[in-house]
Write a protein that binds this ligand. Structure first.
Ligand code: THU
Length: 137
């Protein structure tokens, strides 16, 4: 799979991962699929916790799986939910995506056949990142 490819395969991987979501509290199931530049695809689903605050979003699960398997360079991330419109990653996930994936394409899709691709720079304008830490006295 390459950057110019249609995102259907990646969306399908995210849709499949959504089937594994553990969402007994919200019942809101999300799937994600992250494509590395070497072609590997890492998937994730949301995993909720009774304390609520420890819930992990699908996007972060996919990213942490990828990092823990040595992937460091990424091309695209697909996110799938079953909503009327298209969901976007939460604020915490945007920060993590920026830190580890940079300005990648984010493919938003639902279970109703709709999709749209956005760039991370548009989802997280003026991000805080490691560049600022160099300015510490
Ligand atoms: N969730 C995700 O996994 N990704 C998103 O982009 C938005 C929200 C999860 C977190 C929680 O388990 C449920 O959806 C409701 O917020």
């Amino acid at each position: 799979m390459s950057a110019s490819d249609a995102p259907e395969q990646l969306i399908d991987a995210a849709r499949n991962a959504r089937g594994f979501a553990i969402a007994p509290y919200s019942r809101f199931r999300v799937g994600a699929a992250l494509e590395a530049t070497d072609g590997r695809i890492f998937t994730g689903c949301n995993v909720e916790n009774a304390t609520y605050g420890l819930t992990m979003c699908a996007e972060r699960v996919a990213i942490l799986k990828a990092l823990s398997e040595g992937a460091r360079s990424f091309r695209r991330l697909a996110v799938v939910a079953d909503t009327e419109g298209l969901i976007t990653p939460c604020g915490a996930c945007r920060q993590i995506i920026w830190e580890f994936c940079g300005d990648i394409a984010v493919v938003l899709a639902n279970e109703r056949g709709q999709s749209e691709t956005l760039q991370m720079r548009d989802l997280l304008p003026r991000p805080f990142d490691a560049g600022y830490l160099k300015d510490a006295p």
